[in-house]
Design a protein around this ligand. Structure first.
Ligand SMILES: *Cc1c(COP(=O)(O)O)cnc(C)c1O
Length: 376
């Protein structure tokens, strides 16, 4: 909660649910990453929040950008990033998009199989590629499954194939799972990465870079370790596994860069019960899963919610969105404690919502507007 955001809401009184992002917090987060990991380049994961003001600020501060599509690459370029500061980090790319990225000057691509390597060899000859390896995501509140990455043994073949096809087999990447609470989570994947460097070196291929991905958390209800604690653990692991031959490293923070910089203002539309003597009230907001709070899926991310009655007695509520889709329930299995004195029409502030909200907001599901955003 920042004074600038509260002041903006009090003076502008924007109508309807909206996200307000404080650029001062984004700047502070970027500088904290850079101070904590001075030898590591920061590639902001654009998908977390692509607001032009955020991209411009980060470009100005010297950030690089992890992009997943041509529109994201174009947004990063429009914000002032040069193509050498852009990584096409999605392992699933149309061949014509690789060609387009190449025309735009992008020279760094993620792969996790030989078919993707072949596309890049055809459309971006000589480009640098890094191979993503699977990572189990243990300890993460929003794990990333097996959709991306391959087994390390296969990564050897993928990178060798890249080398044979005239690409620069540049490095290895992984993602330890988003909202990763364990500062040691990078250790196993770094051990595997170092092993890959050695194996490929024996075959005459010198890898140069380890992409440490994202995973850095935002504080929601529970405290999280500091960025410095993550940095120390990562630097120790890099030294332990790579010894004297420290590779170039990059990180791709998304949530950790912008999550804590944003607050969503919403309104209580209805409070009801399913029968007169129920203990649990149903509280319906004017924002839900389709208006930007998609990460409440399976109740994975639990946002702090502030009301004007904080400090007074609470009772458990089922919290739901306003649409006519029965999936549009935010918290039910784990009922959310809210003040008994909460009333229809009250404003609520949902904290930690700077990441993965506007990008998940549906265009107009059920006629509800996509999430409005103010970056101040
Ligand atoms: C989404 C994503 C990130 C950002 O992850 P966070 O946990 O939000 O920091 C980083 N790298 C890649 C490749 C991603 O897909």
């Amino acid at each position: 909660m920042t004074a600038r955001i509260l002041d903006f809401l009090a003076t502008r009184r924007p109508e309807g649910p909206c996200l307000v992002v404080d650029l001062d917090v984004v700047r502070e987060n970027f500088l904290t990453f850079r101070r904590a990991l001075p030898d590591t380049r920061v590639f902001y994961a654009v998908k977390a929040n692509p607001a032009p003001e955020i991209l411009c600020l980060l470009a100005e501060l010297g950030s690089s950008f992890d992009c997943a599509s041509i529109p994201e690459i174009e947004m990063a370029l429009a914000a002032g990033a040069t193509p050498d500061r852009i990584s096409f980090g999605n392992t699933i790319k149309k061949e014509r998009d690789i060609a387009r990225a190449r025309i735009l000057g992008v020279d760094l691509f993620a792969v996790d199989c030989e078919a993707e390597v072949e596309k890049i060899a055809r459309q971006a000859p000589g480009a640098r590629v890094f191979c993503r390896i699977l990572c189990d995501g243990a300890g993460a509140e929003w794990p990333l499954s097996r959709k991306f990455g391959c087994e390390p043994e296969m990564a050897i073949d993928v990178l060798e194939r890249a080398h044979q096809l005239g690409l620069a087999a540049y490095g290895v990447s992984f993602h330890v799972g988003s909202q990763q609470g364990n500062t040691e989570a990078w250790d196993g994947a770094l051990a595997t990465s170092a092993q890959l460097f050695r194996t490929l070196s024996e075959r005459g291929i010198q890898l140069k870079m380890v992409n440490l991905g994202g995973g850095f958390p935002t504080k929601y209800l529970r405290d999280v370790p500091t960025t410095e604690a993550y940095a120390r653990s990562i630097e120790d692991a890099v030294r332990r596994h790579f010894g004297n031959e420290i590779p170039e490293t990059i990180i791709e923070p998304g949530r950790g860069m912008v999550g804590g910089a944003g607050i969503i203002k919403a309104e209580v539309v209805l409070i009801s019960k399913k029968q007169a003597n129920d203990d649990v009230r149903w509280v319906f907001l004017d924002i839900g899963k389709f208006g930007g709070l998609a990460e409440t899926m399976d109740e994975a991310i639990r946002y702090p919610i502030r009301t004007q009655h904080d400090g007074s007695e609470t009772a458990p509520c089922v919290l739901a969105g306003p649409t006519c889709d029965s999936a549009d329930v935010l918290y039910e299995k784990n009922a959310y404690p809210l003040p008994i004195s909460l009333e229809i029409g009250d404003e609520v502030l949902i904290e930690g919502t700077g990441a993965y909200t506007t990008t998940y907001s549906a265009v107009a599901f059920n006629g509800f507007e996509p999430l409005k955003s103010y970056v101040i």
